[in-house]
Design a protein around this ligand. Structure first.
Ligand code: DP6
Length: 324
């Protein structure tokens, strides 16, 4: 029995669109920051008496469609490790599930690590990352702490993400503003597929992401806060513009999302370095320097639309916390 923890990540340059749906090979490269306070803790046991795989999330059995996706993933673990037994998987999220907070990223990263370990075949981070990608594209990045880059493509070879800087490289604050804690109505997986098929902007998105990735890598390595923040905001808005341009258009935002974005713009006009980014959901993550986090938090908490605020620092790599 093995327990692992993996942290969620926020993409500064977004992954949206696939070159191959079977292996989640991304159509565009992405670059992320792993978050300290959003994590999944997963225990995998292959030694119990169970006669089928069992999956629990926050102490409740998962829904059938999730179970199928998880079983497929565990089949891959069985194939790679040679173990023939069924398993029990118990996961706890430190944050709302499927609300656009990258629960599939921390979820599949923790599962990949705990399952391979429990099956007696621990893998090095690069291999673990490519395995995690099969569960969810963004999970490949959550194997690594700090800043991680997942290159485009990789097809059947399932290349993983690489760490470009660790969690201590650049102290930053990320304020996660919850504007709605309920599960979203359309998963990023489905929305991605619809976008890819129906948005007239899709090819421009793919083309322009090549330069975004290069510039973001340079901004991070140079610790250039304004270049990083401005580009993160651009990538998020470009992705949402793309998502909105499908038919029918998909809108993940709510009034709270827009209120936070506007507050961030006001903060900047007032001289505070803050930038927002948004994944496939209504929550907003605000990036700032550590010494500005209290003033940013105060302003966000004053907005009536904000239900909850979590202040994160760069988070660590996925790791094993218990083994029996
Ligand atoms: C908006 O990784 O959840 O968070 O590969 O289909 O599981 P699948 O998609 P997923 O998509 C993440 C989309 C995003 C952007 C990002 O994290 O890069």
């Amino acid at each position: 029995m093995t327990t692992a923890i993996a942290h969620a990540n926020i993409a500064l340059v977004k992954y949206w669109g696939k070159a191959d749906t079977q292996t989640n090979a991304p159509a565009v490269g992405s670059l992320s920051l792993t978050l300290s306070k959003l994590w999944t803790r997963t225990t995998v046991n292959f030694r119990g008496p169970q006669k089928a795989d069992r999956f629990y999330l926050n102490d409740r059995q998962v829904a059938p469609h999730e179970r199928d996706r998880l079983t497929q993933f565990i089949d891959e673990v069985r194939r790679r490790s040679g173990i023939g037994r069924f398993c029990e998987v118990r996961s706890i999220n430190s944050f709302p599930t499927a609300a656009g907070l990258a629960s599939s990223a921390s979820g599949y990263a923790a599962l990949a690590m705990a399952a391979m370990h429990a099956a007696g075949k621990p893998l090095p981070p690069e291999k673990l990352s490519s395995l995690a990608r099969l569960g969810s594209g963004s999970a490949a990045r959550s194997i690594h702490g700090g800043f991680a880059e997942l290159p485009a493509g990789g097809g059947g070879q399932a290349s993983g993400a690489i760490q470009i800087a660790d969690k201590d490289f650049w102290p930053l604050a990320v304020l996660v503003a919850i504007t709605d804690g309920n599960p979203k109505k359309i998963s990023s997986r489905d929305a991605m597929e619809i976008t890819q098929r129906h948005s007239p902007y899709y090819s421009a998105w793919v083309d322009s992401s090549v330069q975004d990735l290069e510039f973001m890598r340079a901004a991070v390595l140079q610790r250039d806060f304004d270049a990083m923040g401005a580009l993160a905001e651009h990538s998020a808005l470009k992705m949402h513009g793309l998502i909105m341009s499908t038919r029918p258009g998909l809108i993940y935002w709510n009034p709270g999302t827009v209120a936070v974005m506007q507050e961030v713009l006001k903060l900047r006009q007032g001289g505070v370095g803050a930038y927002f980014t948004i994944d496939a959901g209504p929550q907003v993550k605000v990036l700032c320097r550590p010494h500005d986090r209290s003033v940013v938090a105060e302003r966000l908490l004053a907005l009536p639309e904000i239900h909850d605020l979590t202040i994160c620092a760069p988070g660590p790599s996925a790791h094993i916390v218990e083994e029996t």
